[in-house]
Design a protein around this ligand. Structure first.
Ligand SMILES: Nc1nc2c(ncn2[C@@H]2O[C@H](COP(=O)(O)OP(=O)(O)OP(=O)(O)O)[C@@H](O)[C@H]2O)c(=O)[nH]1
Ligand SMILES: [Mg+2]
Length: 285
């Protein structure tokens, strides 16, 4: 199936996208992020609700609207702020996000999934949120799972909660991808001595402090860096079952499985080597 041609912010012709898949942030990224954050704070700054759902989106015009519509306005008694970080999209992602009730912080060019999420975490902290949840913009994660996850945080039974397709199920039939999910989760479990079944899930809910205390540098393959760092900083990690759906529109940005896997493994090992010497031994109370 050939990819649909890109469309611009107003639905007209757009420019083809160059997705950054490097393991190192571009020199220019901090400037792009600062400019976007400044612009956002001038336009929309002010206290957020206690729970912010952060969604990094890169050319997700077809899937983003339906996905945003699925997120409840109130989760476990907490009002929800929807915050989309448009990661330099060349289509109408920003317009669609606003039309579906989200606040939008727009990076002027693609900086990577990790960099975009970090901009969202920072805005959540600076605007007083208590909890941050993440979802992917192409709609694989069911927001109906968020209440159970947020409840674990609100009842102080966990600091970081992952929606696990391994405890639930996945509709993805790519055997290599599914084996990778199991393999990397087992590797992280071994390295951190903490049982993890889904290290690459994009469905997460956490205390905002987790995003502040865990060192994060990865522009793209960010899930394992945040997870390993959170465990070694003593945050309590929990998992709940979820059903992962497959992308039904738009294009995958992650690259082929083998390349993806190699880079993902590199991030796990580098993060482990960096964080292990500074690990705290006791879990937070
Ligand atoms: N890969 C990638 N995703 C980004 C980037 N910026 C934002 N995103 C969003 O991050 C999410 C994950 O990217 P996907 O391309 O869906 O990756 P994936 O889920 O592993 O692959 P699929 O099987 O195609 O769903 C999507 O919602 C993207 O829109 C980026 O620079 N690269
Ligand atoms: Mg996806």
């Amino acid at each position: 199936m050939s990819a649909a041609p890109p469309t611009g912010p107003d639905g007209g012709p757009g420019v083809p996208l160059q997705v950054r898949r490097s393991l190192r942030e571009d020199e220019d990224t901090p400037r792009v992020v600062e400019a976007a954050i400044r612009d956002f704070q001038q336009r929309c700054g002010g206290p957020f609700t206690p729970l912010v759902v952060v969604i990094a989106a890169l050319n997700e015009q077809p899937s983003l609207g339906p996905m945003l519509d699925e997120v409840p306005h109130v989760i476990d008694g907490l009002d929800v702020t929807l915050l989309v970080i448009d990661d330099g999209s060349t289509d109408a992602t920003t317009r669609v996000a606003r039309e579906h009730g989200a606040l939008v912080c727009r990076l002027e060019r693609n900086c990577g999934h990790g960099a975009a999420l970090r901009a969202g975490y920072r805005l959540a902290r600076e605007n007083g949120a208590r909890f941050v949840a993440t979802l992917d913009a192409d709609g694989p994660w069911d927001p109906a799972d968020l209440p159970a996850m947020v409840r674990l945080l609100a009842e102080d039974r966990a600091d970081f909660v992952i929606g696990s397709r391994q405890l639930g199920r996945t509709e993805n039939t790519d055997a290599l991808r599914n084996a990778g999910v199991r393999f990397f989760s087992a590797l992280i479990s071994l390295l951190t001595r903490t049982r993890i079944t889904d290290s690459s899930s994009g469905l997460r809910a956490m205390r905002v402090e987790v995003t502040e205390h865990v060192r994060q540098t990865q522009p793209q393959y960010q899930t394992s860096e945040l997870l390993i760092g959170a465990i070694f900083k003593g945050f309590r990690v929990a998992e709940v079952p979820t059903v992962m759906r497959v992308r039904t529109a738009g294009e995958s940005k992650k690259g082929r499985n083998v390349l993806y896997g190699t880079r993902y493994a590199t991030v796990i090992l580098r993060t482990f080597l960096r964080e292990w010497p500074t690990r705290v031994r006791a879990r937070r109370p």
